[in-house]
Design a protein around this ligand. Structure first.
Ligand code: PLP
Length: 461
């Protein structure tokens, strides 16, 4: 039955009738229906009409080892027939999460102590906030609960993590953000720096903005700051040189924890195993998801420093047993998939490959777009990149948002056989392909993107 249905256009009808899509313009969807993907191999996807696409986004920045990796499928199968599930509450354990936690602590970019497993980046960031709150309750600092995130930061969509996400479109309609969240300036050179500003001056301004915010709120009320090493969905924004050193100095001054949201950057995307290493970030807590299993099954983790861990353990005498955890925390099948995925990344040298294919991608993006009159900035690091379009370069001027420039480019790219993404609140398209992308496929991806841009720009004149 399933096999029969897989390749029939009736899937579109059934989808429109029954499936409530995430992050979708629902009224448009009711009219136009879905794009149905049925197969994947390497960086290539195939839809139910047999059309093939380069997946320039690795799904949602996550299928890092590419599609169709038998080693992960075999590990999932083996775990499913051996022990599909048992929980980790009340000191119970299964084997694969123990081995995975050990591996992650060994790999961590700064000395770390424990890993708490969840299912998604969103729930992991929720857990991080609860850890910060528990930590400060245990220390007898019950006022120290505010969390500072950044404008344009993306941290997920649960009630807490959507509040951390600095995008108004994810708040309106949902009565968010929650009142304990504040936002500081994004390290977004194109719109936040003055023309010609040096990295040092921009870094100093950003650190000052954060310090001013902490002082205005009262340092005794601020528990933590959450930051992606390189901002992903908010625009692929790479901070200036020295940024995290300056930020860390501010946080140390006011006894504020740093959460590195490595949901995109963790496990190789920036060309180093962790983004914290690439960006000289010294976090107290690290969030991972996506690349931990290359999205073959859902899994996330909160990596916790000894300082936070020990305070939480010591706090139990006052606060009682740790009352937080999911049915699927430390899921053995997800951990088996993660172990197989990390083995591929290590055995195949995929972090170094992400760095070298990333360098090639940036070279090709520069060649294709640097001279373009409507390109405001080409950004990125490792195997993540973005091109931002502007109506005018000097002074940088945005397009009228109703023109939906990036959305139209993404549509035109699809017609060329390329999947890319329009990022919210800017005319930016992004690239984040699987690490297994070949040199030829990098060139093809960028040339298809350029054709798509030309199509849309031709419509404008
Ligand atoms: N944090 C970052 C940096 C992300 O990019 C994402 C998802 O894109 C999330 C958190 C949320 O992860 P999830 O969609 O698995 O809940």
């Amino acid at each position: 039955m399933h096999e029969l249905l897989r390749n029939t256009p009736d899937l579109e009808t059934l989808d429109k009738r029954y499936l409530f899509h995430p992050f979708t313009a629902l009224a448009d969807h009711e009219r136009n229906g879905p794009m149905v993907i049925v197969k994947g191999e390497g960086v290539w996807l195939e839809d139910n009409h047999g059309r093939r696409y380069i997946d320039g986004m690795a799904g949602l920045w996550c299928v890092n080892v590419g599609y169709g990796r038998r080693e992960i499928a075999d590990a999932i199968h083996h775990q499913a027939v051996t022990l599909p599930y048992f929980h980790a509450f009340s000191s119970w354990a299964t084997d694969t999460p123990i081995l995975l936690a050990e591996k992650i602590i060994e790999m961590a970019p700064v000395p770390m102590s424990k890993v708490f497993f969840g299912q998604s980046g969103s729930d992991a960031n929720d857990t991080q906030v609860k850890l910060v709150w528990y930590y400060n309750n245990a220390r007898g600092k019950p006022e120290k609960k505010k969390i500072i995130a950044r404008n344009r930061g993306y941290h997920g969509v649960t009630v807490v993590s959507a509040s951390l996400t600095g995008m108004p479109a994810l708040h309106s309609g949902f009565d968010l953000p929650l009142p304990f969240v504040r936002y500081t300036t994004a390290p977004y050179r194109l719109w936040e720096a003055t023309p010609g500003m040096s990295d040092a001056a921009f870094t100093a301004k950003l650190a000052r903005d954060l310090e001013d915010l902490i002082l205005a709120e009262g340092p005794e009320t601020v528990g933590a700051v959450i930051m992606e090493p390189v901002m992903g969905a908010g625009g692929v924004i790479v901070p200036p040189e020295g940024y995290y050193v300056a930020i860390r100095a501010v946080l140390d001054k006011y006894d504020v924890l740093l959460i590195a949201d490595e949901v995109i950057s963790g496990f190789g995307r920036l060309g180093t195993m962790f983004g914290s290493t690439a960006m000289a970030m010294q976090p107290d807590l690290i969030t991972v998801a996506k690349g931990i299993t290359s999205a073959y099954v859902p899994l996330s983790g909160c990596i916790v420093s000894e300082k936070v861990w020990r305070t939480i353990v010591d706090g139990q005498s006052k606060l009682g047993a740790f009352g937080h955890g999911y049915t699927y925390s430390a899921h053995p099948l997800a951990a088996a998939a993660a172990l197989a995925n990390l083995k591929i990344i290590e055995d195949d040298g995929l972090v170094a490959q992400a760095a070298s294919r990333g360098a090639l991608m940036h070279e090709k993006l520069q060649q294709a777009f640097a001279g373009h009159p409507l390109v405001g900035e080409i950004r990125g690091r490792g195997l993540v990149g973005a091109v931002e379009f502007v109506a005018k370069k000097e002074p940088a001027t945005r397009f009228d948002p109703t023109l939906k420039i990036a959305g139209r480019i993404v549509k035109a790219a699809l017609a060329e056989g390329l999947i890319t993404r329009a990022l919210p609140h800017a005319d930016t398209i992004s690239f984040s392909p699987p690490f297994v992308i070949s040199e030829e496929e990098v060139a093809l991806m960028v040339s298809r993107a350029r054709k798509a841009v030309d199509t849309v720009m031709d419509e404008l004149v």
